[in-house]
Design a protein around this ligand. Structure first.
Ligand code: ZN
Length: 508
């Protein structure tokens, strides 16, 4: 990987954007002038929440892209906001009606009947009602509804969302764990973290904690439309609360801290006003008691089309986390990929974090960052419940529940290896990802109808990673070139699958 750090580091760059730089610089070394790089710095992706500076601005950009297509249909016809509100309103009412009808039928709401009503198979045995497809669907539909107006900090919609989440935490008997009940005001800014606790059942391990978290704020409006933020991050918040509720009646050996972070989105991203950073700087319990911090961002959706990929980062930095993931059965219908964080953080111009895990990683606390990756609805007004993969959400929430149980019941305490890496595993997982990317019909290339140029570059990335794997299999020590092949391969997918750049920007 080129080690020249670009001093013109973007002030508010989102993580993914920079990745393109890796591609650009490789091509720049061949052909492309520096100004292309500057324009790329305007690109942003992340993740997770590491939305671009103004959110609005870039969203304007993507909003504009999106808006253009809408405006063309708005000549006296239906406008996007009409469409937008009707859809969301429709979804909410359908689920609410079905929910109500079934509760009426059952006189009390056993999970089986609720799922039947939604035409899905019944909740498998042993799965908590809280983790049923219908419960998760109802939760994310509510949190990502227009009523909460895109949950931008400081707005009425954001206050309503917080009140709704406080009700959910109390309703299932989670213990308050904030400085003011469930709340921890972020006194460096305007945010309010929400913290709840399940006390562990084991006397020896009750003071050890598994932290399970996701940010609940979002960016409000995108180009004049409500950005409901279902993928970012309502589905994750709903799952975190549901898992916490499921553990109340079945507490593991360690205690579990449920944290709903605030002010993760720009402009507070990676600042002391960021909810997770504020918590880590002002913890409500000794940080040394946290054995692992699990952070979700961009959850409950698909990278593209119907791809069931599910990304887990951070296990390369803790052998005990790897063992816990190895020990947790992967449910059918999900394709977990364990990747080193470096493939999404190390860019030509430097290091960029993606989401709330940063506060814990920086304090050498073992962590897992779990995401379904960026896609075409990211930070757009299209990011609503209708673009989630709800059956997948139920499967990955159950998987996460099981991972939490494995970690919270483990005898060993996870350790943190700051410079841990497993490039061979990265290569294996990236090749599995590329098998899906290049698959006929269902792959990224065919699903997004990418150009021959994109397809050819993806093919060359694939071959480069295959070579890296062969070299590492042969006992070679990972070289900069090998590591760059891993990073480029993932970063090109993020660019092409993401919402902010025309395809050509990913392949210049
Ligand atoms: Zn996010």
């Amino acid at each position: 990987m080129p080690s020249i750090v670009n001093t013109e580091r973007p002030t508010d760059a989102g993580s993914i954007d920079g990745g393109l730089l890796v591609l650009y610089c490789r091509l720049m070394r061949r052909t492309i002038p520096a100004l292309v790089i500057v324009s790329l710095l305007a690109l942003f992706l992340v993740a997770c929440g590491s939305g671009s500076s103004t959110g609005q601005g870039d969203q304007q950009q993507s909003g504009d892209l999106y808006a253009d297509s809408i405006d063309s249909s708005a000549d006296g016809g239906v406008t996007a906001s009409d469409l937008q509100s009707d859809d969301a309103a429709l979804d909410t009412s359908i689920v609410a009606d079905l929910w109500a009808a079934d509760l009426a039928d059952d006189g009390g709401g056993t999970s089986d009947s609720q799922d039947d009503a939604l035409g899905t198979d019944t909740t498998p045995d042993g799965v908590s009602d809280h983790l049923s497809l219908s419960n998760l669907t109802a939760g994310v539909t509510t949190l990502a509804s227009d009523e909460f107006d895109g949950r931008e900090p400081g707005t009425e919609g954001w206050k309503k969302a917080r009140a709704y989440l406080l009700e959910q935490l109390a309703a299932c008997g989670l213990q308050p764990a904030g400085t003011d009940g469930y709340q921890q005001p972020v006194t460096t800014g305007i945010g309010v973290n929400l913290l709840a606790r399940v006390d562990g059942r084991d006397d020896a391990l009750r003071n050890r904690v598994v932290l399970l978290s996701a940010h609940y704020d979002h960016i409000g409006h995108c180009g004049g439309f409500i950005c409901n933020g279902a993928l970012d991050n309502a589905a994750a918040v709903t799952s975190v609360v549901a898992i916490g509720c499921a553990l109340v009646s079945n507490p593991p050996a360690r205690s579990v801290l449920i944290a709903l972070w605030d002010t993760e989105e720009p402009p507070t991203f990676l600042t002391e006003q960021m909810g997770s950073e504020f918590f880590a700087a002002n913890p409500t319990l000794p940080l040394s008691a946290i054995d692992v911090a699990i952070v979700l961002d961009l959850y409950g959706g698909n990278f593209w089309g119907d791809y069931k990929g599910h990304l887990l980062f951070g296990a390369e930095l803790s052998p005990e986390l790897r063992a816990a993931l190895d020990a947790t059965a992967v449910p059918a219908g999900l394709e977990p990929l364990r990747l080193g964080l470096h493939v999404i953080e190390e860019w030509y111009y430097g290091h960029e974090a993606w989401s709330d895990y940063d506060a814990f990683r920086n304090r050498n606390i073992p962590f897992l960052f779990i995401s379904d990756g960026i896609n075409k609805v990211y930070h757009t007004s299209e990011d609503d419940v209708s673009h989630l993969d709800l059956p997948k959400l139920a499967i990955e929430a159950q998987y996460l529940h099981d991972i939490v149980l494995t970690l919270a019941n483990a005898q060993k305490t996870p350790t943190f290896v700051a410079n841990g890496a497993d490039y061979l595993r990265d290569a294996v997982e990236i090749l599995a990802l590329y098998d899906a990317v290049l698959a006929p019909v269902s792959g990224l290339v065919d699903t997004l109808v990418l150009s021959d140029t994109s397809a050819a570059l993806l093919q060359s990335d694939y071959l480069a990673v295959q070579q890296t794997k062969a070299d590492l299999d042969g006992g070679a020590v990972a070289t900069k070139k090998m590591i760059t092949s891993l990073r480029t391969a993932v970063q090109r997918i993020l660019c092409l699958a993401g919402s902010l750049y025309p395809e050509s920007a990913c392949n210049i």
